[in-house]
Write a protein that binds this ligand. Structure first.
Ligand code: 13P
Ligand code: SF4
Length: 337
């Protein structure tokens, strides 16, 4: 596995060097201005990171934003595969990730050698791969998709063309049902979405009979079968702010609720429960590694930095660009503020 995240050189500013009274928001804004940087953040980041970002979005929106930015530095507040995506699209820009350990269980589940063997065992199949994977797995794929555009892209593949889908088996099973295509699935899962519990969800819904249930397609079918709406993080946000209801049960990572509460403060959002009936399980431990302090240090040090060997980058660019070309119409931009 190629390590694409490089640490700071010795002599870099560390957390120990920081004045405990530093105004991190003000300092981040200053460095952003001085270095012509843009801060992109996923909806699963802490609220303080979402609030300081130039743009907050789902995986597809963030890829599009990374493709069109004219900033010199992209500070990517998300996980490694997202920052790698920004670098693949912008080889001439500096891309930093606040915490180099911010990975993803789906990426971990799909190692390049194993994925290559999977492909080699199905030589006549088109490999459609969820964006939650390494640059190496992207380079071994035909088309990348996100949960926003996967069904629309699969619908463009000729009906008689067999398909491999990796690495999320729950998203793959959902897409099978939605598109009617018999795809061969890789057995990966998201450790966050897999923890929602059907029995507890039904009990919660019984106590809130008017609540609409919305879920991310990384959830297992046992959860999705109860949902009134299934979609990407942005689609969930749109549903809960436009649907004619005042109470929603939300089955995705809990930090998306920050944007929900900002956009619709008069509505009630309830986190879908885990096995113990609580909602702490809906917290991505990888996203949680990033912090305002690490974002500041990353912008000052320009590290941890994403660096991808050029042959790997061009290999991964082709299926990623195919995704952008095959995606349905570009949605309106959504700003953090
Ligand atoms: P989206 O924001 O594209 O729905 O993806 C969710 C996710 O799990 C990102 O890691
Ligand atoms: Fe990966 Fe799941 Fe975390 Fe998203 S929420 S980054 S899919 S582990």
């Amino acid at each position: 596995m190629i390590d694409t995240v490089f640490d700071a050189e010795s002599g870099a500013l560390t957390a120990d060097d920081l004045d405990p009274l530093i105004d991190l928001e003000a300092e981040i804004s200053r460095v952003r201005r001085e270095k012509n940087a843009v801060i992109l953040a996923h909806y699963y980041q802490d609220p303080d990171i979402q609030d300081i970002a130039d743009f907050v979005g789902d995986s597809l929106d963030l890829s599009r934003k990374a493709a069109e930015t004219d900033a010199d530095i992209i500070a990517f507040c998300g996980v490694k595969f997202m920052a790698e995506g920004a670098k693949i699209l912008n080889p001439g820009k500096t891309v930093v990730l606040p915490d180099r350990e911010a990975g993803c269980s789906l990426e971990d589940s799909c190692q390049p050698d194993d994925f290559k063997a999977f492909r080699d065992a199905h030589p006549d199949h088109t490999a459609i791969t969820y964006i939650n994977c390494s640059a190496e797995v992207k380079a071994l794929s035909d088309i990348i998709v996100t949960s926003s555009n996967a069904a629309a892209i699969i619908d463009q593949i000729p009906k008689d063309q067999p398909i491999l889908f990796a690495p999320d088996k729950h998203l793959g099973a959902f897409l099978r049902r939605k598109t009617g295509r018999d795809m061969t699935l890789w057995p990966g899962t998201c450790i966050v979405h897999e923890q929602f519990n059907e029995r507890e969800l039904v009990k919660l819904a019984t106590r809130h009979p008017d609540a609409k249930i919305t879920a991310h397609p990384e959830c297992p079918e046992s959860i999705l079968r109860h949902a009134d709406h299934i979609g990407s993080t942005r689609s969930i946000l749109e549903f809960v702010t436009t649907e004619n209801a005042s109470e929603f049960i939300v089955a995705t990572e809990q930090h998306l609720m920050h944007q929900m509460q900002k956009a619709a403060p008069d509505r009630t959002f309830i986190a879908a429960p885990g096995a113990d009936g609580g909602c702490d399980c809906a917290n991505c431990p990888f996203m949680a590694l990033n912090s305002l302090e690490k974002l500041y240090l990353a912008m000052v040090n320009e590290a941890p930095r994403i660096e991808i060997p050029e042959d790997l980058r061009t290999g991964a660019l082709a299926p990623l660009q195919r995704m952008l070309d095959m995606s349905p119409l570009k949605p309106p931009a959504r700003n953090a503020a």
